[in-house]
Design a protein around this ligand. Structure first.
Ligand SMILES: Cc1cc2nc3c(=O)[nH]c(=O)nc-3n(C[C@H](O)[C@H](O)[C@H](O)COP(=O)(O)O)c2cc1C
Length: 161
């Protein structure tokens, strides 16, 4: 029996969740949402400051997920909002738990418009010995849901796993 693919994502406000669900459905992949034990603030000054600091300082917020056994999966799709120019800090926690190797990996980001190259590069640096076969960014996807969904489906279809 061939192993399933998996979409692993973190989403504070739903944009990344929206794309993750679209991509997982298209690929018939499993989907895992990283959930922090303590939810980050969603409003006000704290929203950018606290969560942003966890990225700047490379912190690993505790996550609710039990140990995620990535050996159960074949290809891995990572989905993150851009935080302070990089991936959201719950991925630091995931990567500390399981530094998978020799996988085909695809990455998508959602953001307000920052250049996302740094985020892609940081994932590649933190997850060496994998083959990165796809990357795409979505700007405020919930503002144009139909267009974003089409873009996500096309991207998923074109992934050369
Ligand atoms: C702590 C924090 C830092 C952020 N930093 C950036 C950034 O550097 N560049 C950017 O374009 N958007 C930034 N954003 C906006 C998010 O990337 C964007 O709203 C994203 O789509 C949210 O995804 P989500 O709804 O899945 O949480 C930041 C948001 C937060 C909460």
């Amino acid at each position: 029996m061939s192993l399933k693919d998996v979409v692993i994502y973190y989403s504070l406000e739903g944009s990344t969740k929206f794309i993750a669900e679209t991509v997982a459905a298209e690929l018939n992949a499993d989907i895992i949402e990283l959930k922090t034990k303590k939810e980050f603030a969603k409003t006000g000054f704290k929203k950018y400051f606290i969560a942003g600091m966890t990225v700047v300082f490379g912190l690993r917020p505790k996550i609710q997920n039990q140990y995620i056994d990535l050996n159960k999966y074949n290809n891995i799709i990572l989905g993150t909002p851009i935080w302070a120019g990089s991936f959201a800090s719950p991925f630091n926690t995931l990567i500390a738990q399981d530094k998978f190797q020799r996988r085909k990996v695809a990455i998508f980001t959602t953001s307000l418009g920052s250049d996302t190259k740094k985020c892609f590069d940081n994932f590649k640096k933190k997850l060496p010995n994998n083959e990165f076969i796809g990357e795409i960014s979505f700007l405020e996807p919930k503002k144009t849901p139909d267009e974003s969904k089409t873009k996500a489906v096309e991207w998923a279809k074109g992934l050369n796993f």
